[in-house]
Design a protein around this ligand. Structure first.
Ligand SMILES: Cc1cc2nc3c(=O)[nH]c(=O)nc-3n(C[C@H](O)[C@H](O)[C@H](O)COP(=O)(O)OP(=O)(O)OC[C@H]3O[C@@H](n4cnc5c(N)ncnc54)[C@H](O)[C@@H]3O)c2cc1C
Length: 357
């Protein structure tokens, strides 16, 4: 890989933090710029479940599986990342669909086990009403995403990366048909390449250079309890709620992992969800509500990641996606490889940033 390239990464959420670490680790000179702080905008409001679970076509499943493996590599390289391979227990599908998911994903190599009530009770002894049948994937996990961003950017800093927070990028700089840097409050900062890992902010920055990042930002509400004694061992994906317990003991839950629809009265939505979740766990009588969050998922028009260069424009590399928590390690690695050595990982073939024309 070329050691001397200067790369600006716009965004210090989980995608930008991973891209920055991989680029700096591979020898690039890296400057990270974020309008807010380290940890992102969508990232702190994420359920942060690492998975390659149901509902995805095989190429996307393969990318997610690869990224699950890359999380292990990344956590070895940056051991302060708070990552837990706690497993996921799922019965949030009608039984027939659960069977179809199990058969299909098992054939693809996803480590799914069918478990009955007795085993469910041994995996999650505090469930008030364990189902008769669920699927367990021991290889799924969760990460504390903001702490992971900090760990990655601290480690990138040790490789010489410079991180600027509270600095909005106003527009991309175009010269001779290529992006040559960014404009910050009228000041030009130039680089060999700009990585656009700005989540929902990518839309406006892309427009400033005349290309399109067609994304929507659907909201998702999660509730967070105050820290409490250990109630859950892993991720629980039940019909009425998806729940996990964070490293600091908080119960985090949504109507699904992408968050509940907040509705017109989000505080009421949160209260109802909290009551529901509390009733699902025995021994949770003393569990106290702390707060709810509403996150906005940066979701490209067809639902799949946008990773790569837009059509007919050099100097800019887009990395915008939902499921960025699952995908960050593989995406960071692939971004660094493509920018520094020109090699594009074949897993990215369906997910180019030029596919929308
Ligand atoms: C409720 C919810 C649940 C989710 N659950 C999961 C899950 O279980 N598993 C999973 O894998 N994914 C999940 N996701 C998706 C995942 O959280 C996101 O895909 C991921 O956090 C996106 O990270 P990011 O770094 O691209 O964006 P962000 O975290 O939004 O970071 C982008 C950064 O760019 C900065 N920025 C933007 N514009 C500018 C600018 N002009 N100048 C400078 N900086 C700028 C912002 O300040 C921000 O810090 C969930 C998301 C939500 C909202």
């Amino acid at each position: 890989m070329t050691a001397q390239k200067h790369v600006i990464v716009v965004g210090a959420g989980i995608v930008g933090a991973s891209a920055a670490w991989h680029l700096a680790d591979a020898g690039a000179r890296v400057t990270v710029i974020d309008a807010a702080g380290i940890g992102g905008v969508a990232t702190p409001n994420s359920f942060a479940w690492i998975n390659a679970s149901w509902g995805n076509p095989e190429p996307y499943f393969r990318l997610r599986m690869r990224s699950m493996a890359e999380w292990r590599r990344l956590a070895d390289a940056v051991p302060s990342i708070p990552l837990s391979w706690c497993g996921g227990l799922c019965w949030d599908l009608p039984p027939v669909e659960l069977e179809v998911f199990a058969a299909g994903h098992s054939a693809w190599g996803y480590g799914i086990r069918r478990v009955g009530t007795a085993e469910i009770e041994s995996i999650e002894p505090r469930l008030a009403a364990p189902p008769g049948f669920a699927l367990h994937v021991a290889g799924e996990g969760a990460v504390e995403p903001v702490a992971a961003c900090r760990a990655l950017l601290n480690a990138a800093g040790r490789h010489g990366a410079v991180i600027h927070t509270a600095v909005p990028v106003e527009r991309l700089l175009l010269e001779g048909g290529r992006v040559v840097g960014v404009d910050i409050a009228g000041n030009r900062v130039t680089a060999d390449e700009v990585v656009l890992a700005a989540g929902a902010g990518a839309l406006a920055l892309a427009a400033s250079a005349g290309f399109d990042v067609p994304i929507s930002t659907p909201p998702g509400l999660l509730i967070h309890s105050r820290p409490y004694e250990r109630l859950l061992n892993g991720i629980v994906l039940a019909e009425r709620a998806h729940i996990r317990q964070s490293a600091d003991g908080r119960i985090v839950a949504g109507a699904d992992f992408g968050g509940a629809e907040p509705g017109t009265e989000p505080a009421e939505t949160a209260d109802a969800l909290f009551a529901e979740v509390k009733a699902m766990i025995t021994g949770a009588e003393g569990l106290e509500f702390d707060l709810y969050t509403i996150g906005y998922r940066p979701t490209p028009a067809d639902g799949f990641p946008m990773i790569g260069r837009p059509a007919d424009l050099a100097g800019i590399y887009v990395a915008v996606m939902h499921s960025g928590v699952t995908l960050a390690p593989a995406v960071g690695l692939f971004v660094a490889e493509e920018i520094l050595s020109g090699r594009r990982d074949p897993l990215l073939a369906p997910y180019g940033a030029d596919r929308f024309g």
